[in-house]
Design a protein around this ligand. Structure first.
Ligand code: NDP
Length: 474
């Protein structure tokens, strides 16, 4: 009798676990409830992120990139906030004109020039591609033409620099702070528009999330894949075009400024241009793969992506180049080779790890990783409409070493960019500090989401691959 009761209660528990797993599985995607820590972080970022960007750029403009001197000046009452503010360049018509032309040109390249690169570049995946299944079970189509936009933009940049001379290649550096105001205006307009759109005319209502907390919804976004018309996808456009196409142009403008000021470009500036150039080109070469990354697959479009892509990315990811304009570091040959090697090895790990997952997922496990058939854990999840999907989590290759070894490679590359600047100031190291926080937080966020999505299958995976970033350590 007792045994019978035990069996019944075991069955009940089993059912409950199943129900719990189902309930949690349909909640994958962005959080539905906001805990106080998330809310506090969001309020902090909304209030201070624009100030942080301003502070970094201003400290280069007025204090030779010293982060401490402005504070010392203020604390010692040598200066008032108003003195610093009054010395800050304001928005100009020139900057507004440059910015409008720049964004409009990128919109034209994105919307009106279908990809032709995939027709002649072997191995490149461009043109119309499908994204991942959204929580509502939708599969979006994307026009992948970022590589082409990057090439056209850069060909025109060099054509202007060496042939047409319509404008100086230092144009970005020369208007850097006025352009910051333009980028902020666009960032806020886009995020606010995305919020209003999410409420009143969403692209896909089933993929919208409302937490009821205004600040959280504004920051993390309501709509999953906001679009205008069939093809203008906010996430793909804003991350790639005003953000990442600009990255290499900004670095080129810094190099041109070094040339103008000192009559030469230092090896550190060349290293920053080359290493970050590889990263940017890699992004566009693999833009179709990017559709399967967290930004596109899981994040909703709010201020975090909208403002972040317009302001945070172009202004803070390029701090090393900006610093080198003020401090033209010439590295010894040994240091330059060391930094280059670190950057290339980091890039190799980053790319190979991402490639292994992409290959594994594309072929549904029917591929070879390091010469062998990959090992994996079978898992399942459900979309909101109750449809059950199956997936696999690979435990071979770099994915058997750690659960996010791609982040480890990314961090090695990020450190290399910073090391080009020597050790005199902390400002150029902002990037590695930020990336460490971002990617560690991303690990935790992603794992939380994967656990909600896969439930006990995710537990089996974390038991098989126990470390996150560094095997044996973390
Ligand atoms: P990943 O490419 O690591 O994608 C994580 C997702 O992959 C998981 O949510 C899960 O999705 C799936 N997955 C996890 N483990 C496995 C496995 N073992 N086998 C198969 N699939 C698995 O993360 P990100 O999208 O964050 O990053 C992509 C790249 O972009 C990284 O290299 C990162 O370094 C870089 N990055 C750079 C940033 C920058 O600002 N420079 C910012 C963010 C990222 P599913 O639900 O499909 O199972």
């Amino acid at each position: 009798m007792a045994a019978h009761k035990e069996k019944k209660s075991e069955e009940r528990n089993h059912k409950n676990i199943q129900n719990d797993t189902q309930a949690s599985q349909v909640q994958w995607g962005r959080a539905w409830e906001v805990d106080w820590f998330s809310l506090a972080s969001i309020l902090f970022l909304l209030m201070f992120a624009p100030l942080i960007v301003y502070y970094f750029v201003m400290s280069c403009d007025q204090y030779q990139c010293s982060l401490t001197d402005p504070l010392i000046d203020l604390l010692m009452r040598n200066k008032h906030l108003s003195d610093i503010w009054n010395k800050t360049p304001t928005l100009t018509y020139t900057a507004a004109g440059i910015y409008i032309i720049w964004v409009a040109f990128q919109v034209i390249l994105y919307v009106f020039v279908p990809d032709f690169c995939h027709k002649f570049l072997p191995g490149y995946v461009g043109g119309v591609q499908e994204g991942a299944v959204t929580p509502a079970g939708v599969v979006n189509k994307y026009e992948i033409n970022g590589l082409q936009a990057w090439i056209i933009t850069h060909v025109l940049w060099f054509a202007n620099a060496y042939y047409f001379h319509w404008f100086s290649p230092t144009i970005i550096f020369d208007n850097w702070i006025p352009l910051l105001w333009c980028a902020n205006i666009l960032g806020y307009v886009v995020s606010t528009f995305a919020m209003i759109k999410g409420y009143f005319f969403p692209t896909n209502a089933k993929d919208c999330k409302f937490t009821g907390n205004f600040f959280y919804d504004y920051m993390m976004g309501i709509e999953f894949n906001p679009r205008i018309g069939k093809w203008f996808d906010f996430k793909l456009f804003f991350n790639g075009r005003p953000g990442i196409v600009a990255w290499t142009l900004i670095n080129l403008s810094y190099a041109a400024k070094q040339q103008e000021l000192y009559g030469q470009v230092t090896n550190s500036m060349i290293l920053v241009n080359v290493l970050q150039g590889i990263y940017v080109l890699d992004f566009f070469w693999n833009e179709a793969w990017y559709l399967k990354t967290i930004d596109i697959c899981h994040d909703h479009f709010g201020w975090y992506l909208g403002w972040g892509d317009c302001v945070w990315l172009p202004y803070l990811y390029t701090l090393q180049g900006l610093y080198l304009v003020y401090h033209p570091v010439q590295l010894s040959t040994a240091s330059a080779i060391g930094v280059l090697m670190l950057g290339l090895v980091g890039y190799y790990i980053f790319r190979m790890t991402n490639h292994q997952k992409d290959l594994f997922r594309r072929t549904n496990g029917n591929c070879r990783i390091w010469g062998k058939k990959p090992e994996y854990i079978e898992c399942s999840y459900m979309s909101v409409d109750g449809t059950k999907y199956y997936s696999k989590l690979m435990t071979s290759g770099f994915w058997g070493w750690a659960r996010h070894f791609n982040y480890t490679g990314d961090l090695m590359g990020s450190l290399a960019y910073c090391l080009t600047c020597g050790f005199e100031h902390v400002l150029p190291y902002f990037y590695i500090i930020y990336m460490t926080i971002l990617l560690t937080h991303r690990c935790i966020r992603d794992e939380h989401r994967c656990f909600s999505k896969y439930g006990k299958d995710w537990k089996r995976y974390t038991t098989a691959v126990p470390y996150r970033l560094i095997p044996g350590v973390f």
